[in-house]
Design a protein around this ligand. Structure first.
Ligand code: TEU
Ligand code: CA
Length: 534
């Protein structure tokens, strides 16, 4: 039996930047509802909705002050109910972002915990008399001093994001109740923010993959997900294939799949922070994808597939070709990824080939807390301004967060007022209206790939085999008992050669003219196709 999410493609919406319906410069739920027809045309099965809960927006909603309320800037619960209903009418499920490693410091639990150290809520968070060496992922110490109780609380992200104490059973039950509140509304599942951190053992310096992590997830499954065919995907930066199996093996009753980031790690130099970016190493990319394809056999686990999300630079700007081959390299990345085994995720704007933003050198356009902290720290460390802005332009999370480009009207049809982050100046050439009007656009490659995944069982079942390890051509086979498919992608700006004895039976998808033969083939830059072969 196949799960719906094995044949589904998921579309991630970052609500602040998708579509503004009431012209305050901020995207909102009614804006998403307006664009559901567009998403239906693309063909996706579900939306992963980044957080829309009540929040002071220190980290754009990843700091939640009430899990059962909608942030005012996005609408209210009736808008949320309408979104669920309108999406369902179009066969689209809503996957909610579940952020339970931490809350906002403005959450009622934390307010009480701080005001009254004897309250039960005090132990929902992690307090110590002395800080240890743990650092926040957003820079600086992970401990914040509280005058009143003269203790420190743990925050692995911003100090407005205190970490929850999962060792407390009452807290865990509150989380499960909240999950059931959303499940009862008819959502399609959860994307679980930094879920690998909930089992932390801070006194031992352990933040991810802590000793009780999988006990908690099993307990969560029993209390909430059991017997419901929901999609659950954990954000797990530190997952190896063995760890991914622990989460996603159907017999373990934890999650459907995880996001693993090993390929994303290639965006920066080994053991260097994300700000030291580097160019694409195709042989290493092949090795990483192949390892995951082979080790995560469907009887033992399930993969997710992605190039982009709201934390990452636009893949075309970091690894593709922004100018000469923007759409062609976009199609190459799409074809390469979507024909692997796993559930593909598309980040808003990826389907029209949106690019990084050319941020002004004075940093005045930077909103993201991680980027702002980096700028401050880099300056303090005496880094050159030019080096800092280069890093920001390449990898700042704000690159993914500029408004969705709908058409060539002012503000790209996102809003009629100045949006919270500026629209990319390329919006007159890169926008949805233009993509829809051109039958050869990147949009239609995504549409075809999504349709293929719904229709063709071999995308789920077929075995994977890498053909060539060293060149800039990524060539792999998908094999069933009676059919063989070849996916061939030139991941470079130069022509490449490739040869094989297979004969071509049929073309499944291509971004170029398909060849007559595979013998002594010359691939043009970013050529990509999938063929049925013999
Ligand atoms: O991201 C987790 C995370 O580890 C990121 O901070 C990541 O290290 C960084 O973005 C890479 O540049 C999740 C969310 O996806 C992110 O948006 C949140 O800021 C973070 O958790 C805290 O909730
Ligand atoms: Ca709005």
């Amino acid at each position: 039996m196949k799960h719906w999410w094995q044949k589904a493609t998921i579309y991630q919406i970052y609500p602040k930047s998708f579509k503004d319906s009431n012209d305050d410069g901020i995207g909102d739920l009614q804006g998403i509802i307006e664009k559901l027809d567009y998403l239906e045309e693309l063909g996706i099965s579900a939306i992963w909705l980044s957080p829309v809960y009540q929040s002071p927006m220190d980290d754009n909603g990843y700091d939640i002050s009430d899990y059962e309320k909608i942030a005012e800037c996005f609408g209210d619960m009736s808008d949320m109910d309408e979104l669920l209903l309108e999406a369902k009418r179009r066969g689209i499920r809503i996957i909610m972002d579940l952020v339970v490693n931490h809350t906002s410091d403005e959450h009622a639990w934390f307010v009480t915990a701080k005001e009254n150290p004897n309250s039960p809520e005090r132990d929902f968070y992690i307090w110590r008399d002395q800080p240890n060496a743990l650092e926040s992922l957003f820079g600086g110490s992970a401990w914040q001093y509280d005058e009143k109780s003269q203790q420190y609380y743990l925050h692995l992200f911003s100090k407005k994001q205190p970490d929850l104490n999962w060792e407390n059973p009452a807290l865990r039950q509150k989380v499960y109740d909240m999950m059931n509140f959303w499940i009862d509304k008819g959502i399609g599942g959860f994307r679980m923010d930094v879920i690998d951190m909930i089992g932390k053992a801070p006194d031992k310096g352990i933040t991810t993959n802590g000793p009780k992590l999988h006990d908690y997830l099993k307990e969560m499954h029993q209390a909430t997900l059991k017997d419901k065919d929901l999609l659950t995907v954990g954000e797990t930066w530190g997952a190896t294939p063995a760890i991914a199996k622990a989460y996603s093996n159907p017999d373990n009753h934890e999650l459907s799949m995880v996001f693993q980031f090993e390929h994303i790690g290639l965006q920066h130099l080994d053991n260097h922070p994300k700000w030291d970016f580097t160019s694409l190493d195709v042989p290493r990319l092949k090795a990483i994808f192949s390892k995951w394809q082979i080790e995560l056999d469907p009887t033992e686990g399930w993969n997710s597939l992605f190039w982009n999300n709201h934390d990452l630079p636009r893949v075309l700007s970091i690894w593709g070709n922004e100018m000469t081959y923007r759409e062609k390299s976009g199609k190459a990345f799409a074809i390469l990824l979507h024909l692997l085994r796993g559930t593909p995720y598309i980040y808003q704007g990826e389907e029209i080939g949106m690019l990084n933003y050319p941020f002004k050198a004075d940093f005045s356009e930077i909103e993201d807390i991680e980027s702002r902290n980096f700028i401050a720290e880099a300056r303090q460390a005496g880094k050159q301004e030019e080096t800092i802005i280069e890093s920001i332009r390449k990898v700042s999370r704000d690159n993914a967060r500029t408004p969705m480009q709908w058409d060539d009207s002012p503000q790209a049809g996102f809003s009629t007022t100045k949006p919270w982050l500026p629209v990319n100046p390329n919006y007159q050439t890169i926008n949805v209206a233009k993509a829809l009007a051109d039958k050869n656009s990147l949009f239609y490659t995504y549409q075809a790939l999504i349709k293929l995944r719904k229709e063709e069982d071999w995308l789920v079942d077929a075995d994977y085999e890498l053909l060539e390890t060293s060149s800039k051509v990524f060539a792999y086979l998908r094999k069933t008992t009676d059919k063989t498919y070849l996916v061939l992608v030139n991941l470079s700006d130069e022509t490449q050669s490739f040869t094989s004895n297979y004969t071509i039976k049929d073309t499944i998808i291509t971004n170029t003219k398909t060849p007559q033969t595979l013998e002594n083939l010359t691939l043009e830059p970013w050529d990509a196709f999938c063929l049925e072969v013999d």
